[in-house]
Design a protein around this ligand. Structure first.
Ligand SMILES: NC(=O)c1ccc[n+]([C@@H]2O[C@H](COP(=O)([O-])OP(=O)(O)OC[C@H]3O[C@@H](n4cnc5c(N)ncnc54)[C@H](OP(=O)(O)O)[C@@H]3O)[C@@H](O)[C@H]2O)c1
Length: 263
C-alpha cells in the first residue's frame, strides 16, 4: 500500500516542523515548503533517515503569487494525489498600525490569506473529485476578536477562520475534511519575527508539539471543524461572546499596548 502524501507549508520551523515530525511518525510522505532551503533539506533528510519516509523539500516564497505557482507545479510534478494539505506558513507583526511598514503588512495578507486561499482553491477540487482528503488551516486565538497592535495579523486570522469554517460546511458529506486550528501563544520563531515578545501581558503557553497533537487527534477523530488548542485558550476565546465588544476592545488594547512609547 502506498503512503499518504501531506503538503505542509511553513515547515522550516515551529508548528509546521512539528506537524512534519508527527506526520512522518504516522507514515505520511511529505512535501514541505518554506523559503529557507538549508532548514528544509535538513528536515527532509532527518525524517527520511529516522522515519523512512519520502520527504520532498520545495523552496518557495508564498507571499509572492509566483511562489504559490511554483509550489503547485512542484507538487504536481510528484504525480501523486495530496491526501492532506496543511496551510501553516504565516507571520505577524507588532506595533501601532500607522507605525508599521505598510509593505510588510501587505505581504502578511499575501501570505496568511492569499496563499492559503490559492493553495486551498488549487487542491480542494481534486480532493472532492476523489471523495477524500483533508485540509488543516492554521488560524489563531486572535481570529476571534480585533487585536490592537496586531491589527492586520488578527484580521488575517479572522479571515482564515471565517473562510475555513464556511468551506468546511460546504464540504460536509463529501469525504473531504476542512479543519481549522486556533493556537494561542506557542513559543516558536513567530515571536522573534513578529516582535510580539515585547508586549507586556503574557498568556498561557503551549508547545508546538502540543498544538500538533491536539490538531491531529481532532483530524483522526473526524468530528470537529474547529479546534482551539489548550484549555486556557478555549476559555479566553469565549470572552467575546460574553463581554460587550467595546469593553473587549479596550481590554485587549491595554493588554497589548507596547511598553516602548514610540511603537
Ligand atoms: N507561535 C504562535 O504563538 C502562534 C499562535 C497562533 C497561530 N500561529 C500561527 O502558526 C503558524 C506557524 O507559525 P509558527 O509559530 O510556527 O512560526 P514560525 O516558527 O515563525 O514559522 C513560520 C513558518 O512560515 C514560513 N514562512 C514565513 N514566511 C514565508 C513565506 N513568505 N513563504 C513561505 N514560507 C514562509 C517560515 O519559513 P521561512 O522563514 O523559512 O520561509 C516558517 O517555516 C502561522 O500561521 C502563525 O500565524 C502561531
Amino acid at each position: 500500500m502506498t503512503s499518504k502524501l501531506a503538503v505542509v507549508t511553513g515547515a522550516s520551523s515551529g508548528i509546521g516542523e512539528a506537524f512534519c515530525c508527527a506526520l512522518a511518525q504516522r507514515g505520511y510522505d511529505l512535501a514541505i515548503c518554506a523559503r529557507r532551503k538549508d532548514r528544509l533539506l535538513m528536515l527532509a533528510q532527518s525524517l527520511h533517515e529516522t522515519q523512512g519516509i519520502v520527504c520532498h523539500p520545495f523552496v518557495a516564497d508564498l507571499a509572492q503569487p509566483a511562489g504559490v505557482d511554483t509550489l503547485l507545479a512542484d507538487v504536481e510534478s510528484l504525480s501523486r494525489p495530496v491526501d492532506l494539505l496543511i496551510n501553516n506558513a504565516g507571520f505577524g507583526s507588532y506595533g501601532a498600525f500607522h507605525r508599521l511598514p505598510i509593505e510588510r503588512e501587505v505581504a502578511m495578507i499575501d501570505l496568511n490569506v492569499r496563499a492559503l486561499v490559492a493553495l486551498t482553491g488549487a487542491m480542494l477540487p481534486t480532493m472532492l473529485a476523489r471523495g477524500q482528503g483533508a485540509i488543516i488551516q492554521i488560524a489563531s486565538t486572535t481570529s476571534f476578536q480585533p487585536v490592537p497592535y496586531m491589527a492586520v495579523y488578527a484580521a488575517t486570522k479572522a479571515f482564515v477562520l471565517s473562510f475555513s469554517e464556511a468551506i468546511a460546511q460546504e464540504c460536509r458529506q463529501t469525504g473531504v475534511r476542512v479543519l481549522t486550528i486556533c493556537p494561542g501563544h506557542t513559543p516558536t520563531e513567530f515571536q522573534l519575527v513578529s516582535g510580539v515578545n515585547e508586549r507586556p501581558v503574557r498568556t498561557a503557553s503551549q508547545t508546538a508539539k502540543d498544538v500538533v497533537r491536539e490538531a491531529l487527534t481532532a483530524l483522526e477523530r473526524g468530528r470537529d471543524t474547529l479546534v482551539v488548542t489548550g484549555l486556557p485558550n478555549r476559555i479566553t476565546t469565549q470572552a467575546p461572546r460574553l463581554i460587550p465588544r467595546r469593553w473587549m476592545g479596550r481590554m485587549i488594547e491595554r493588554a497589548f499596548r507596547p511598553r516602548v512609547r514610540d511603537r
